[in-house]
Design a protein around this ligand. Structure first.
Ligand code: ATP
Ligand code: MG
Length: 214
């Protein structure tokens, strides 16, 4: 099982949006995928509860799911949606279990400052220090051609991490969240532009998310 951790301690940075859409992408690829909701706000769990039965299935797990339970269901992928404020032992534990880390960042001064602190903190973790954990950044709610995207890119350029893609600000994500869908579940006419923006991220995951401790 490959575990993708989606994390940024800043509230509202786009963790649940990334996690639910990643789960939807993998399910659409006919992968056995689980979505672990480690956030007491339970947004991912609510998304899953709204997911129409006819769409490719995603198995839901709470934050306290044990290793044995996960082994028994024989998942190919586990996507972990983490809570705002993740730090300390819980962060250490999440990083230890992850095979890849995806960090959403929005182009606001507050979010950038919080993200800088977070990236400094995780740089101290063993798996990150030893270069064992692939980490990628995703710019959220921003059009790649705008000034705020350029500012965000400049800011993120100081970290030695790939900035994979910019996901535009669109109601498509809001409707998907409401309906238990991902952009990959939409008909091409509605989802094409957004599916295209995800490609660098899905390609990166396919290449880098190898099981760290098989
Ligand atoms: N690309 C986007 N375009 C438009 N709205 C978006 C986009 N990405 C996220 N949103 C919206 O922004 C809000 C915050 O996103 P999300 O819930 O994914 O953040 P979060 O990091 O999980 O928040 P929390 O820290 O509270 O768990 C949500 O209402 C979501 O629908
Ligand atoms: Mg969330």
């Amino acid at each position: 099982m490959r575990t993708i951790l989606v994390a940024n301690p800043k509230g509202g940075s786009g963790k649940t949006t990334l996690a639910t859409n990643l789960a939807g992408w993998l399910a659409g690829k006919r992968q056995r995928v689980g979505l672990k909701d480690a956030d007491p706000q339970a947004s991912s769990t609510q998304w899953l509860a709204r997911r129409p039965a006819l769409f490719p299935s995603v198995a839901g797990f709470g934050g306290d799911v044990g290793k044995k339970e996960l082994r028994d269901v024989a998942l190919e992928w586990l996507v972990v949606d983490s809570p705002a404020g993740l730090h300390g032992e819980a962060l250490r534990d999440s990083i230890k279990r992850a095979d890849a880390l995806v960090v959403p960042v929005t182009p606001s001064a507050f979010d950038m400052a919080a993200t800088a602190r977070f990236l400094q903190v995780i740089a101290e973790h063993k798996a990150v220090r030893h270069g064992e954990l692939p980490i990628a950044l995703v710019a959220m709610r921003v059009d790649a051609r705008t000034r705020s995207a350029a500012e965000l890119d400049d800011f993120l350029g100081q970290f030695d991490l790939p900035l994979l893609t910019h996901l535009r600000d669109t109601q498509v994500y809001v409707y998907c969240a409401r309906d238990g869908l991902s952009v990959f579940d939409l008909p091409r006419s509605r989802g094409e532009q957004d599916q295209e923006q995800w490609k660098p991220l899905t390609r990166w995951l396919a290449r880098h998310a190898a099981v760290r401790n098989p």
